[in-house]
Design a protein around this ligand. Sequence first.
Ligand code: HEC
Ligand code: HEC
Length: 304
Amino acid sequence: MSDQKTEHVDTPTLLEGDPDTTGHSWDGIQEFNNPLPRWWLWTLYACIVWAVIYTILYPAWPLINGATPGLLGFSTRANVAEDIQRFENMNADIRTRITEVELAAITPDGNPDLYNYAIQGGAATFATFCSQCHGSGAAGVQASGYPNLLDDDWLWGGTIDDIHYTISHGIRNEDDLDARYSQMTAFEGILSDEEIASVVQYVRNISGQEADAVLAAAGETVYLDNCAACHLDDGTGDRFMGAPNLTDAIWLYGGSEAAIEYTVRNARFGIMPPWSAEASSAGRLSEAEVRSVAVYVHSLGGGE
Ligand code: HEC
Ligand code: HEC
């Protein structure tokens, strides 16, 4: 400290028996040079020893590609992997049985343990792999071509076997030769603008929406000649072709005049990837997972 300050204060006198001072003085306050308490020192030494032993036994020093592993080989990641393996083993038996029984036999009454496992596992699989397109609640994305899986309106069929097939192979993808496939014609250039305008009104009419009566009447012939092969004479659709029912209020792409006209001119070609790793190299799910998620989807309300 500055000498000026220390000059002005009285120098305190040390009493007899006082320890030495450190020689520091702040505003006249001097610092005793007391030895550290024993207990404190020993605790410090113990901590140092413990730290050294710890860094030898456990992962500790960060290196470029990870930390020093430590002699005990301890790893939280390995512990998690072990836990997962333990649960896999516990479920191995049930997973084998799920792939062996008839799909239709996985019911709450017939096989409650398989059914519960399938519903739980299927829900998790759905959340991970399906919800980005079909929505987390499986309600689909109206008018974007991602169908609602909760209702009983099925493009390709709603039995457990139909659903299992759709999920295994997907729809209109190029990865699986057995994918469900069909292609609506794009009528741009095939039908005249008047024909398109009239068939749009016809579809509006059979779906119970407001329509121009004169155009709709003219559209019936256009429909029967060009559309009925896939959507059927009465417009209720054909699951073999994946052609939607046009008479209900459930739309894959939309029932407004603009949406119907767009579909007729350009068609849509909705694609779903294949999921079964056995069915295609692009598939990412095991047969047990495909079956579980099929049971889950079937249970959502629309299953046939
Ligand atoms: C990349 C988007 C996408 C993902 C991911 C996806 N789907 Fe689909 N899914 C579609 C499309 C698009 C359709 C309708 C295709 C069409 O027009 O026929 C469809 C149709 C379906 C159908 C047929 C519905 C019917 O009415 O017949 C089922 C069942 C289905 N998906 C289940 C699943 C399941 C289960 C998963 C997850 C394992 C999944 N989807 C993941 C896009 C997807
Ligand atoms: C070769 C079979 C085929 C023919 C022919 C066909 N369609 Fe389609 N249609 C489909 C398929 C398959 C879809 C599903 C969407 C897609 O993949 O393009 C579809 C979808 C639609 C949709 C969308 C429905 C929705 O829910 O959003 C409309 C509307 C439609 N068709 C109207 C017609 C009309 C009108 C004609 C005649 C001018 C016609 N289609 C001819 C197969 C066909």
